[in-house]
Design a protein around this ligand. Structure first.
Ligand SMILES: Cc1ncc(COP(=O)(O)O)c(C=O)c1O
Length: 433
């Protein structure tokens, strides 16, 4: 019987497939460093854990859009941290993760969907399931994988009214952040078209050095903000995410709410109560995020520098958990070994260097012969590194040796990849790793 899934050619999420493969190899006794899956290595902040325990008895269904007080706190948080003062609780919907809400949004729109390449692996499959046409805008490493106003202009020239552009900032998988000027220029292009933008800013609080800049500020009537607590508060499994809509897009929000009421009903009530502790973003939350961010920056830079020394093209991450290295320079050596696709390269790295990576080709909307990968540098015990960073205090910089001492799972993995690359060189293309 032809199922819907087969007819749409929808595959299970690639990062989750890789997870399963890694688990199989691990249970067969192989030591694997898993750099293929992006989830926070840090513990849930203590005060949020306590609040969840205290709210375990809140078992009633709550409003589809979410608890009023929680939605108010979301508005306050984005007003204080992002300068977005115009949102009120009515403009917010809370769901069981921002991923679900995004999927509902794609289902209520009737236009096309514009995605950058590379981009987070989920947008395209969701658009396909929702029956939307997709258009891919190819960014270049020469612009730090960011979309430029001219590229956007030429891509949106014939966009049908009501189409949706998805912009992930800070970006998964490249670790790039847009500057205020870049966003202002992008906003000017978008203002000339009849499209709306979904600003996926789930990594915003994990921006390392500079303040986070949001496109939502420059597109008051057309930008939907998508965020949650999965990344900065390490609560991926809590399944709590939200979207903020401009007043002019109220019909879209109403339609998403209607789908929500007919699908997930409401986000878990105890989670919504406990999330309030995080959304207040008090001194404890701020201290937690500063420690997590500087640890991520240190280990991310270690990975980027180690790969750059081996000739690999890669930008230093500016936020979040990811870098997107390009191993193109090794093409000849790979081809001498019969490695012709990013997938085959990742298979070889997994089997011979014991490191799991997600190939940067089709999963990220690019060609299969690209030797890019998404590298998630979170393969370490965040409890230990957080404790060590706290012991130093925020006024003392992390020592250079911090990643090797406290983020070993990641630094060893990247060292293994480089040794594997060098083994290709020594033996004229035949790995003796
Ligand atoms: C770019 C991006 N957006 C959204 C999500 C979904 O987050 P959640 O559904 O946990 O809110 C993720 C999770 O990996 C992500 O990387």
């Amino acid at each position: 019987m032809e199922t819907l899934r087969a007819s749409l050619n929808i595959q299970p999420a690639l990062n989750l497939q890789l997870n399963e493969r890694v688990n199989e190899l691990k249970s067969a006794g192989m030591k694997i460093h898993h750099l293929g899956f992006g989830q926070s290595p840090f513990p849930v902040p203590e005060q949020a854990q306590r609040s969840l325990r205290e709210n375990a008895d809140k078992a009633e269904y709550v409003a589809v859009k979410g608890l009023l007080q929680t939605r108010e706190l979301i508005c306050k948080l984005h007003s204080r941290l992002d300068g977005l003062e115009r949102f009120t609780a009515d403009d917010v919907i809370i769901g069981p993760g921002s991923k679900d809400l995004l999927f509902l949004l794609m289902n209520v729109l009737r236009g096309d969907i514009y995605l950058l390449s590379p981009t987070w692996t989920t947008y395209k499959p969701q658009a396909q399931i929702a029956g939307r046409n997709t258009h891919i805008i190819r960014t270049s490493p020469d612009n730090g994988w960011k979309v430029t106003p001219s590229l956007l202009q030429s891509s949106l020239n014939n966009a049908i009214p009501g189409s949706l552009l998805v912009l992930c900032n800070p970006d998964n998988p490249t670790g790039a952040c847009y500057t205020k000027n870049e966003l202002q220029d992008i906003a000017k292009v978008i203002q000339k078209c009849d499209i709306i933008v979904l600003c996926d800013e789930i990594y915003a609080r994990l921006t390392y050095d500079a303040d986070h800049n949001t496109l939502v500020k420059y597109l008051p009537d057309r930008a939907i903000l998508s965020s949650g607590i999965s990344k900065w508060a390490s609560c991926g499994g809590w399944r709590f995410g939200y979207q903020l809509y401009p007043k002019k897009l109220r019909p879209v929000l109403d339609a998403v709410q209607a789908l929500a009421s007919n699908s997930y009903t409401c986000c878990s009530s105890p989670i919504q109560y406990a999330a309030q502790t995080l959304l207040r973003f008090d001194n404890d939350a701020s201290e937690y995020v500063q420690h997590c961010s500087r640890i991520l920056q240190a280990v991310g830079n270690y990975c980027a520098n180690t790969l750059l020394d081996a000739g690999v093209k890669v930008s230093h991450p500016q936020a979040g958990y990811y870098i997107f290295p390009d191993f193109e320079i090794y093409r000849e050596k790979f081809e001498a070994r019969g490695i012709r696709t990013g997938e085959q390269m990742c298979d070889a790295i997994l089997e011979e260097a014991g490191v799991a990576l997600l190939a940067g080709g089709p999963a990220f909307l690019d060609r299969e012969d690209r030797f890019t990968v998404r590298l998630c540098f979170i393969n370490f015990d965040g409890r230990i590194s957080l404790k060590a960073s706290r012991a130093l205090g925020l006024s003392t910089a992390l020592p250079q040796s911090f990643p090797q001492e406290y983020c070993k799972g990641t630094t060893e993995a990247v060292d293994n990849i480089v040794r594997w690359l060098q083994s290709l060189q020594v033996s004229n293309g035949v790995s003796d790793y």
